[in-house]
Design a protein around this ligand. Structure first.
Ligand code: NAP
Length: 140
């Protein structure tokens, strides 16, 4: 039977670590398990935030489904502005209000921009207007 060397090495390391931990004091257990787990939890949350913190994000299909979920997630992770694009203005306004209610950035704004993305002329007009009003986009 073929032996997968990396898996065998990892499994041996885990077994040896567990054997070593059996003889350790409670404080060593805490240092070896709890401290790295807590550090990971805190740092990974912070890393997630810094990627989008204070950024200007344009989301297409933002009035429902994946686009709406993405807009809300960017909002919760501290983006500064979310520009919401889809065809139905009323639904975009509802999503904008929901984003504002969940904002994590004190300067946050949500901007509904109705546009039919299948119409080249409308897309061009929307891109020009968005660039004029909000400057360069960080993410779209
Ligand atoms: N849901 C999933 O699990 C999944 C998985 C993989 C891929 N996808 C793909 O991801 C995309 C979004 O899925 P979803 O489930 O979030 O769909 P959805 O809930 O139907 O959302 C579609 C969004 O796109 C907007 N939209 C549709 N036609 C448009 C147009 N011509 N111009 C501008 N906006 C338009 C809709 O708003 P208006 O009607 O107001 O314009 C709505 O906000 C789809 O292409 C889907 O195939 C979805």
């Amino acid at each position: 039977m073929p032996v997968n060397v990396p898996t065998a090495v990892t499994a041996s390391a885990v077994v040896l670590s567990l054997l070593w931990l059996r003889q350790c004091s409670f404080s060593t257990w805490i240092c070896v398990t709890l401290v790295p787990a807590l550090s990971y939890a805190v740092l990974s949350e912070r890393t997630k935030r810094t990627a989008i913190q204070d950024k200007v994000v344009l989301v297409t299909g933002a009035s429902s489904g994946l686009g709406k979920a993405f807009a809300l997630e960017c909002t919760r992770r501290g983006c500064q502005k979310v520009i919401l694009v889809a065809r139905t203005k009323s639904r975009l306004e509802e999503v904008a209000a929901e984003c504002v209610s969940q904002k994590a950035n004190k300067n946050f704004t949500a901007v509904p921009v109705p546009c039919d993305l299948t119409c080249t002329a409308e897309v061009r007009k929307m891109a020009e207007q968005v660039t004029k009003d909000h400057g360069a986009l960080d993410c779209w």
